[in-house]
Design a protein around this ligand. Structure first.
Ligand SMILES: Nc1ncnc2c1ncn2[C@@H]1O[C@H](COP(=O)(O)OP(=O)(O)OP(=O)(O)O)[C@@H](O)[C@H]1O
Ligand SMILES: [Mg+2]
Length: 322
């Protein structure tokens, strides 16, 4: 089984203004694979994940073209009721902010059993037993105490684990993790990453892991895709992307990883910023910031072309390779 986004074009329309947030996104997550989607703030990572989840309000969101294929079916053609079933049982998502996701007025136990009763039709007692198993799986195994706790009674790390527990309660085939670690300190980040790796093994879930931090990506992913201004500009197996990045943007992103061995070493920041979806530059959207920009880059938007084993980049420099 795989989850595949195919040539997805999505705009936000407000009055006569249109922001091209996703411009032909192609992305595949295979069963049991961790696929990382990386890019600076505003590049379209969350729009991609919420589009997959079917959680973007329309209007203002408008899908202009494309497909999202799950189990061979285009889920964009399903109605809201069918989408909801998929959301509960096939694809789950954990968000940047657990406090926004957890319901502050319901005990953690109630939030998990509610999902189990609603989606899997379990009775209350079965659901509670299952909830305890799930809490144990995410490392909240002090059992009944957590079940009866409200979100505000938990620490940041425990909230993350509780949110993951709710997300995996129906045994989804795919998990989308939109920067689940940024709000946590480094030790907790590592624990959550280990948990995600462990869950991938146990549940053989495919995971789309979204981050702007390449260090996180380096530790957990199998494949990495780099997104810029709503378009995937490079995709490669992790080791290949880290050792032989092709796209100048990926290169600069890699250089901006702080070196853990050199304390206090300065980050290389990429000059300029991600263009707004309403003002995408002509040609290659990265050309105004690219140190290698040529005339052709201002005129033509490059297509994805192979530049290695299972490695593709959208850059006119691929034309000069032989
Ligand atoms: N509801 C919306 N209405 C209009 N434009 C939007 C909306 N949501 C996102 N956008 C635009 O889409 C683009 C991509 O935003 P997105 O939230 O996906 O970025 P991101 O990569 O997740 O950034 P971050 O790392 O900060 O989370 C931005 O230009 C943003 O302004
Ligand atoms: Mg985001």
């Amino acid at each position: 089984m795989e989850l595949a986004v195919k040539n997805l074009n999505l705009s936000f329309v407000q009055g006569n203004r249109e922001g091209h947030a996703l411009r032909g996104i192609n992305l595949t997550v295979k069963e049991g694979e961790i696929h990382a989607l990386v890019g600076e703030s505003g590049s379209g990572k969350s729009v991609t994940s919420t589009a997959i989840m079917g959680l973007l309000p329309s209007p203002p969101a408008k899908i202009n073209s494309g497909e999202i294929i799950l189990d061979g079916n285009d889920i964009l053609s399903l109605n809201e009721k069918e989408r909801r079933t998929i959301r509960g049982q096939k694809i789950a998502m954990v968000f940047q902010e657990p406090s926004k996701y957890l319901n502050p007025t319901l005990k953690i136990g109630e939030q998990i059993t509610e999902v189990l009763e609603l989606h899997l039709g379990m009775d209350k007692e079965t659901a509670e037993t299952r909830a305890l198993e799930i809490l144990d799986m995410v490392g909240l195994g002090t059992g009944k105490r957590i079940l009866k706790s409200y979100p505000h009674e938990l620490s940041g790390g425990m909230k993350q684990r509780a949110m993951i527990a709710i997300a995996i309660s129906c045994n989804p085939s795919f998990l989308i993790a939109d920067e689940p670690t940024t709000a946590l300190d480094v030790t907790l980040q590592l624990q959550i990453l280990k948990l995600i790796l462990n869950l991938r093994e146990r549940l053989s879930m495919g995971i789309l892991s979204i981050s702007h931090d390449l260090r996180v990506v380096h530790d957990i992913s199998d494949r990495v895709s780099v997104i810029y201004a709503g378009k995937i500009v490079e995709t490669a197996p992790k080791t290949e992307l880290f050792s032989q990045p092709f796209h100048p943007y990926s290169n600069l992103l890699l250089q901006s990883i702080p070196d853990a061995d050199k304390r206090g070493s300065r980050l290389v920041t990429i000059p300029g910023k991600v263009p707004d979806a309403e003002n995408i530059p002509s040609g290659c959207a990265f050309h105004p910031r690219c140190p290698y920009a040529m005339d052709v880059c201002r005129e033509n938007d490059p297509e994805m072309k192979p530049c290695g084993e299972k490695h593709f980049a959208a850059c006119h420099l691929t034309d000069n390779r032989n």
